[in-house]
Design a binder for this molecule. Sequence first.
Ligand code: DGT
Ligand code: MG
Length: 371
Amino acid sequence: GACSKPASMATVSQFACQRRTTTENSNKKITDAFEVLAENYEFNEMDGSCLAFRRAASVLKSLPMAVRSLRETQDLPCLGEHTKAVMEEVLRCGRSFEVEKLLSDERYQTFKLFTSVFGVGPKTADKWYRGGLRSFSEVLADRSIHLNQMQQIGFLHYGDISGVVSKAEARSLRNIIDEAARATTPAAKVALTGGFCREKEFGHDVDFIVTTPELGGEETLLPKIIDELKKQGMLLYCDYHPSTFDINKLPSPKFEAMDHYAKCFLILRLEGSRVEGGLHIAEGDNRGWRAVRVDLVSPPVDRYAFALLGWSGSRQFERDLRRFARAKRGMLLDNHALYDKNKNEFLAASTEKDIFAHLGLEYIEPWQRNA
Ligand code: DGT
Ligand code: MG
C-alpha cells in the first residue's frame, strides 16, 4: 500500500526540471557508478545508453535519502533493466563488477586521460588511441600528430586546468571580470552562471553571462573585456566567437549544439592562487599564480534570461527543460528564446521566473538544479 514506501519516492517526475536537486547526493556510490558507464558510452558514441545512465543518475540525485533496496525504487522513472542491475550490485556488494572492469580497462583509461586535455574530445582521443598511443609522452613525441592551438595550450597548462577551480577562486574571478567589464562599459551587467551559481564547491571552469542595459551594446562588450584582461597581463589564451544570433530563427531543441551568442573561451592567469593536488608536467612549481578556464557569453539584453537559464545547468536539467517544453507544452526552448507552437508566437521573458511561468513549471532555484 501507499505507506510501504517513503512518500518522497512515490511521486518523482521523469523530468529533471520538475525535481529539486541540491549538491547533496545521498546516492553517490550508485550515481558515480552510473556516470562511469555513461562516460564510456559517450566515448563509444552510444548516445542512447549514455543518456539512459545519465537520466537514471539524475533521478537518484534528486532523492532526499539513500536507496536501501531495489524494491524502494520500483515507482521511480528512468530506471531500466541494466541500470537496476548495476544498482542492485552496488547495493549488495558496495561496487559494480562492470564498473570495476571498465576502470581498469586500457581503452577507457586512455580515453579518460586524453579527453582530460583542453581541446581533446572523444573523436581525437579515438584517433590517437587507434594510432596506438596510450600516454601524453607518446602523443607529444609522435611527429605525425598535429596539435591545434587549443590542444597545444591544453598541454602547456595541463597541470593547472585539469585541477578543480574552487568557490573562492570563482569569487575572485567574478570581481576581476566585473572590474574589467565596468572599466570599459560602466553600465555592464555581469552574472556568475554554470556550476558556481548552483552552489557547487568545485568546477572545471567559471562561466559568466555579460551584457549591457542598452540593446546592441553587447556587440562590442566582449572584445573590450578581452582587451582589458590583456592589458592587465591576465590573458593566457582567448578563443573568441562573434555572434551568429538571428532573432527570426525558431529555437533549436537539440541541446548539444552551441548557442549563437558572442562568446569566448579563455584561460586566465589568476594571481595568488595554487592548484590543489595538481600535477605539473610543463611548468615550474612555486609560482604565485595558476591558469584557470573561464567562459564569457554575451547575449543581447532582451535575451538575458534565456541565456542565464541556458547556462546555469546542469546539463541534465537543461536537456529536460527542453524535452518538457516540447513534449508537455508544445513549445520550443533554447538558450535564445521560447516559442509556442500552439499559438505560433515567441514568448518574451526578462527573468528566469518568467520562463518557468510560461512553461507552467514551479520555479526551481539555481541551487536546486544540480540534476
Ligand atoms: P563544471 O564542469 O563544474 O564547469 O559544471 P558546469 O555545470 O558549469 O558545466 P559547464 O561549464 O560545462 O557548462 C555550464 C552550462 O552551460 C551547462 O550546464 C549548459 C551550458 N552549456 C555548456 N556547453 C553547452 C553546449 O555545448 N550546448 C548547450 N546548449 N549548452 C551548453
Ligand atoms: Mg562550468
